[in-house]
Design a protein around this ligand. Structure first.
Ligand SMILES: [Zn+2]
Ligand SMILES: [Zn+2]
Length: 356
C-alpha cells in the first residue's frame, strides 16, 4: 500500500514537471515535426500506383467530418486535385499533400461548393512551391471565367506577396490560375484532358440539371482506374465510364434523411430552406442509385463522397446506407475527410483507410 502511494507521488511529480516545462517541451516537439514535414517530399515518396485521398467528403451543408468537395489523386508521383471546396488547401496540408506540389486542378462544374477553396489553393500552391507558371485549372467551357475571376480577386494580394518576399520566393509569373478549357463531351463520348507520365485523365458528361456543363473524370494509370462522379443524378454515363473500374468515387444524397430536414424546416416556418431541401433531391443520386450504377458498371469498390445530409447523429450512417448492400455486391466505404485508397500498379489490391 505504501509502495502504491509512492508510485502515485512519483507520477504526480512527473506530471507536474511536464506541465511546468510544457512550453519548451512543445517547442522541441514542434522542431522535430517541422523538420520532418518540411524537408520530406511526401508526394513522390508515396509508393507507386494511384492514391485517392478525400480532401473534402462533404457538401455545402456543414459537417465536422466532411469539408467541401475535394478529391486528391496521386499518380506517377504527381498530385492532382478534382474540385476545391471550402477547406481544400488546409486539408491537403494536414494530409501531408502539400498544396505547393499540386500539378493541376480539374473542375467538375462551377457550383460554389466545388470552387469555394480555389483561391486559397492557388495561393498556397504558388507560395509553397515558388512556381513560375500559374496553376493549371482544367475544366469544361466556362472555366476561363472562373480562373479570371479568382485572378482578379487575388491581384492585390499577389502584389503584396511579391513586394514583401521578392520575385525569387514568389515569382509574379506563377500567381493565380491558367485556364485549360475543353469542349464539354457529348453523351456517349469522352475527352482526354491530361496526359503525363503514363497517367490519362478523361472527362465525360454527367447529369446535374439545370447545371451545364457538369462532368466527371476518369483516371487511368499503371493498369488501375478511378472514376470520380462529380455532382450527378443516376447517370448512364457513369455506368459507361466506370465499367470494370477499380474505384468509383460517387456522390450521394439520402432522400429520406433530407426529407427529415425538410419537414423540420417546414415545422419551424422556414419555407425557403424547406424548398431548397425539396429541390436538391432531383439533381443528386441516392446511395442506392449510386450502388446500382456501381453494380451495372462492375466497379470493384464504391466510395461515397459529397455525402448529404451531414451524418451528425450516431446511427445515421446506417440510415444513409439503407438498401446499398442489396443493390451492390462490391465493397462500400462512406468517405470522410482523410479517407485514403491506394491502388498498387498492375495488381488487384485495393487498400482503404480512414473511412468512417
Ligand atoms: Zn453541384
Ligand atoms: Zn456539390
Amino acid at each position: 500500500m505504501r509502495r502504491f502511494a509512492w508510485v502515485l507521488v512519483f507520477a504526480a511529480l512527473i506530471a507536474a514537471l511536464l506541465y511546468a516545462f510544457r512550453a519548451p517541451l512543445s517547442t522541441r516537439l514542434l522542431e522535430r515535426v517541422a523538420i520532418q514535414r518540411m524537408t520530406a517530399d511526401p508526394v513522390s515518396a508515396l509508393p507507386d500506383g494511384i492514391h485517392v485521398v478525400l480532401c473534402g467528403a462533404g457538401s455545402p451543408l456543414p459537417d465536422p467530418q466532411r469539408s467541401g468537395p475535394c478529391v486528391a489523386v496521386v499518380a506517377g508521383g504527381k498530385l492532382y486535385v478534382v474540385d476545391a471546396g471550402s477547406g481544400a488547401a488546409r486539408n491537403l496540408l494536414g494530409m501531408n499533400l502539400p498544396p505547393g506540389a499540386v500539378e493541376a486542378v480539374f473542375l467538375t462544374h462551377f457550383h460554389s461548393d466545388h470552387i469555394d477553396g480555389l483561391g486559397e489553393l492557388a495561393l498556397q500552391r504558388w507560395v509553397g512551391g515558388s512556381h513560375e507558371q500559374p496553376l493549371p485549372l482544367v475544366g469544361p467551357t466556362g472555366v476561363d471565367r472562373i480562373a479570371r475571376g479568382f485572378n482578379t480577386a487575388y491581384e492585390p494580394d499577389h502584389g503584396y506577396r511579391v513586394a514583401h518576399h521578392g520575385e525569387q520566393v514568389v515569382p509574379s509569373s506563377g500567381a493565380g490560375f491558367d485556364a485549360h478549357p475543353y469542349p464539354t463531351p457529348s453523351p456517349g463520348s469522352e475527352q482526354t484532358v491530361w496526359e503525363e507520365g503514363g497517367l490519362r485523365v478523361s472527362a465525360f458528361r454527367v447529369e446535374h440539371p439545370p447545371i451545364d456543363p457538369a462532368v466527371g473524370y476518369r483516371f487511368d494509370y499503371g493498369g488501375r482506374s478511378v472514376v470520380i462522379s462529380g455532382d450527378t443524378r443516376k447517370s448512364v454515363e457513369i455506368e459507361r465510364m466506370a465499367r470494370d473500374v477499380d474505384l468509383l468515387v460517387h456522390e450521394a444524397l439520402a432522400p429520406q434523411l433530407v426529407g427529415v430536414m425538410e419537414r423540420a424546416a417546414l415545422a419551424n416556418g422556414m419555407q425557403n430552406r424547406a424548398k431548397i431541401m425539396a429541390d436538391i433531391l432531383d439533381y443528386h443520386a441516392s446511395p442506392v442509385e449510386a450502388a446500382q450504377s456501381a453494380q451495372t458498371a462492375g466497379a470493384r469498390h464504391l466510395l461515397f463522397y459529397h455525402v448529404v445530409p451531414p451524418l451528425l447523429v450516431p446511427g445515421m450512417q446506417a440510415a444513409f446506407l439503407e438498401g446499398v448492400t442489396d443493390a451492390y455486391s462490391g465493397d462500400v466505404s462512406v468517405g470522410r475527410d482523410g479517407t485514403r485508397v491506394w491502388l498498387p500498379p498492375d495488381s488487384s489490391a485495393i487498400e482503404v483507410s480512414g473511412e468512417s
